[in-house]
Design a protein around this ligand. Structure first.
Ligand code: OSB
Ligand code: MG
Length: 368
């Protein structure tokens, strides 16, 4: 494979409903889309999953635009590699910037799968064509609104409900959810809103029988998480601190958690996701595919990687219409009434990219 050019487009997409986490509220996404072209004219699409502000991680739309355009694209263009799996290695002199790297790397995987005429999920080594889906529901203005949203998603068939939690929206909210819906598959995601000083709160929350508690402690921590996990029965799921296969290995060794939320962007793309998946699978640690409020392109990549054997729990990969009035891919992503998505059999990501829609939503463009 030899990439000849990389096009970046930043689009602005308003969310159907705001999304609030412990670090803030998002009404509108600013998403960088990457299209790579090889020397035979084959094309592939990738999406940068960074947020609008450096709150979830250090990366954000602004930093990723600079990183892709000025640093990473020039490292990849014109370099011949055996396969898309080697594109990660072309960028190895650059530290961090994994979401920026993943945008290019995943686009190369789409290109390669299209060139070979195979669906990306098979090309990645996927085995389960039908993936299990959950939803992530943000903090709402009132508990009643949250209960209403949970009902909608349960009625739609989703296999588990994740709610965002934060110090003003935790124990008593979960109690109301349990009282209303009983023992539904339920979990909480704190996005690092707590410290070990809150251990007693988490001990009390053990009574709720949550499937897992995602990222209660600081974004870069795996030590305190091990201390907390030793004191609570609810499995801890790590998100933010697992940025590489080595991070996964260390967290598993330290018993920092029992489950990993694996996000393509956070670890740097499909090459690294496959290695994290392998590390976790060999250690008997389940992974599931996390979401970053992706548009259809990132969502399609999430569907593909979710088919790997180690992705054994429902992910945050859900229908397009939960996020967008009109997605940028066709067809949009639909979820079955049993809460599953069937990975497409068409080549590459398996969805058509609606370029008119992208042009309409574009705010800047650059060709490297
Ligand atoms: O922590 O998993 C998270 C969204 C933005 C940033 C971080 C997270 C999330 C989600 C949303 O939980 C998942 C989704 O529906 O895409
Ligand atoms: Mg999370």
């Amino acid at each position: 494979m030899l990439v000849r050019s990389i096009e970046l487009t930043e689009i602005k997409l308003p969310l159907v409903h705001f999304f609030e986490t412990s670090f803030g509220r998002t009404y509108e996404r600013r998403i960088i889309l990457v299209r790579v072209t090889d020397d035979d004219g084959h094309k592939g699409w990738g999406e940068c999953t960074a947020g609008e502000t450096p709150s979830y991680s250090e990366e954000w739309t602004g930093s990723c635009w600079e990183a892709i355009e000025k640093v990473l694209a020039p490292m990849v263009i014109g370099k011949k590699v055996e396969s898309a799996n080697d594109v990660w290695g072309l960028m190895k002199q650059v530290r961090g910037n994994r979401m920026a790297k993943a945008a290019i790397e995943t686009a190369c995987w789409d290109l390669e799968a299209k060139k070979l005429g195979v669906p990306l999920w098979r090309h990645l080594g996927g085995v389960n064509r039908e993936i299990a889906c959950g939803v992530s529901i943000g903090i709402q203005d009132t508990v009643e609104q949250l209960l209403e949203k949970i009902k909608t998603e349960l009625d739609a068939g989703y296999q588990r409900i994740k709610i965002k939690i934060a110090p003003h929206w935790d124990h008593d909210v979960i109690k109301r959810v349990r009282e209303t819906f009983g023992m539904i598959p339920l979990m909480g995601d704190a996005n690092s809103a707590y410290t070990l000083a809150d251990t007693d709160l988490f001990k009390r929350m053990d009574d709720f029988g949550l499937m897992m508690l995602e990222q209660p402690l600081p974004h870069d921590d795996i030590i305190d998480h091990a201390k907390l996990q030793a004191q609570i029965s609810t499995p801890i799921c790590l998100d933010e601190p697992i940025k590489s296969p080595d991070d996964a290995r260390k967290a598993i060794e330290l018993k920092s958690g029992r489950i990993i939320n694996l996000k393509n962007g956070r670890v740097g793309g499909h090459n690294q996701s496959r290695l994290v998946e392998q590390t976790a699978r060999e250690a008997g640690i389940p992974v599931w595919c996390g979401g970053m409020l992706e548009s259809g392109i990132g969502r399609a990549h999430n569907i593909a990687i979710s088919t790997l054997a180690g992705y054994t729990m429902p992910g945050d990969v859900s229908a397009s219409n939960r996020y967008w009035h009109e997605d940028i891919i066709e067809p949009a992503v639909y979820v079955s009434s049993s809460g599953t998505i069937l990975a497409p059999e068409e080549p590459g990501i398996g969805f058509e990219v609606n370029e008119d829609r992208i042009v309409r939503a574009a705010v800047r463009r650059s060709v490297v």
